[in-house]
Design a binder for this molecule. Structure first.
Ligand code: ATP
Length: 352
């Protein structure tokens, strides 16, 4: 069992404002008392008892820490330190100040494919690096692609949230059913053995988006998507070819991150290809609409989970203090109730 530092994190770091929150805790800005340097602290709540459904099992936190300890790359959030107490583990990580890449792009009036490719290249470099280290992220999506500093002339991409990541062990089979419906690969939905290819079958626009999560998942399994002229009229054929080579059902036929980096859309072979790329642009009106809808969906899920949680708390108060454990369990259940059943076992159902 990995041993984390037992010091009280607050003796060494001053805890600042909340930067974001996830299923199992909050991320806050922290200042190292000895140096004054700013970091981010990811506070992860641990399960109180084996039967409790609230919080993370320690072994899952260990997995996230081990994965991060093995990754040092400019485009991947760096881990500095890990502390633990009885109730939580605190990851001290690189502070990423620039917010989500998609929010940064959505503020722009226009974006050429060439500019988009510069970001894509950085994402691919980070992904290719982790895949070379036999690590798959398993939760690559717009929310987990951040920018180091959005005011810098060429901001660095930072991939965050390795809570679902896994380092493959040679000769061992790994299956998992966790993920976010719009961005999940078909082999995850089908609960098949997984490889790093599962990180590659995604698109920011989620061409598989259905009316419901179930429909979205069905579209992915059937690989049912189309380049609607309304969304893709300004997109170059090279970009479409790139996307098509990623949205492939057979894992072994899908482009790897390494192959993506040498696809002519990312690395043009001649001047004509460069010129074509420069003439094509991202449809910003559609992008802004997509991003607003994505944000709305995220906050809707959060608000409805909170509402149900509050209702449950009232119910539990009425039942008395002995229901505390039940409250913990049910609140955790609430958190997942907006997702389809096959995806509820996030971080809990992985098997090797
Ligand atoms: P989830 O439940 O989605 O898996 P999580 O509990 O694993 O989330 P993260 O996704 O790692 O938590 O972080 C939650 C949010 O905190 C992020 O969406 C982001 O807004 C913010 N955040 C995470 N890491 C950092 C960082 N290093 N610097 C700044 N903000 C961060």
């Amino acid at each position: 069992m990995a041993v984390f530092k037992l010091d009280n994190v607050e003796d060494l770091y001053e805890i600042g404002s909340v930067l974001g929150s996830g299923h199992f805790g909050q991320v806050c800005e922290v200042r190292e008392r000895a140096t004054g340097v700013l970091w981010a602290g990811k506070f992860l709540k641990l399960k109180k008892s084996a039967g409790s459904r609230l919080g993370l099992e320690r072994k899952n936190v260990e997995k996230e820490v081990e994965v991060l300890q093995g990754l040092q790359h400019q485009n991947i959030m760096a881990l500095k330190d890990v502390f633990e107490s009885r109730a939580e583990v605190v990851l001290i990580v690189e502070l990423i100040k620039g917010g989500e890449l998609f929010d940064f792009i959505a503020e722009k009036e226009n974006l050429t494919e060439t500019e988009a490719i510069e970001f894509m290249k950085q994402i691919l470099k980070g992904v290719s690096y982790m895949h070379q280290k036999n690590v798959a992220h398993f939760d690559l999506k717009p929310e987990n692609i951040m920018l180091s500093d959005k005011h810098a002339p060429n901001p660095d991409i930072k991939i965050i949230d390795f809570g679902m990541a896994y380092r493959f062990i040679q000769g061992e089979e790994y299956k998992s059913s966790g993920g976010t419906p719009q961005y999940i690969a078909p082999e995850i939905i089908n609960y098949e053995p997984l490889g790093t290819a599962a990180d590659m079958c995604l698109s920011g626009l989620s061409p598989f988006q259905g009316e419901t999560d179930e429909e979205t998942l069905r579209n992915i399994v059937a690989m049912k998507y189309e380049f609607e002229p309304h969304h893709f009229s300004q997109t170059s054929n090279m970009a479409k070819d790139f996307i098509q080579k990623l949205l492939v059902k057979d894992q072994s036929e899908r482009m790897t991150a390494e192959e993506c980096l040498i696809h002519p859309w990312i690395k043009p072979l001649n001047r004509t290809q460069i010129a074509k790329r420069n003439r094509s642009s991202i449809n910003m009106k559609n992008f802004k609409k997509f991003n607003a809808r994505r944000k709305w969906k995220m906050s809707f899920n959060m608000v409805s989970a909170c509402n149900r949680f509050s209702r449950l708390q009232l119910l539990c108060k009425a039942r008395g203090p002995e229901q505390q454990e039940l409250r913990d369990c049910e609140s955790d259940q609430e958190d997942t109730s907006t997702k389809p059943a096959s995806l509820l076992r996030r971080r809990l159902s992985s098997s090797s």
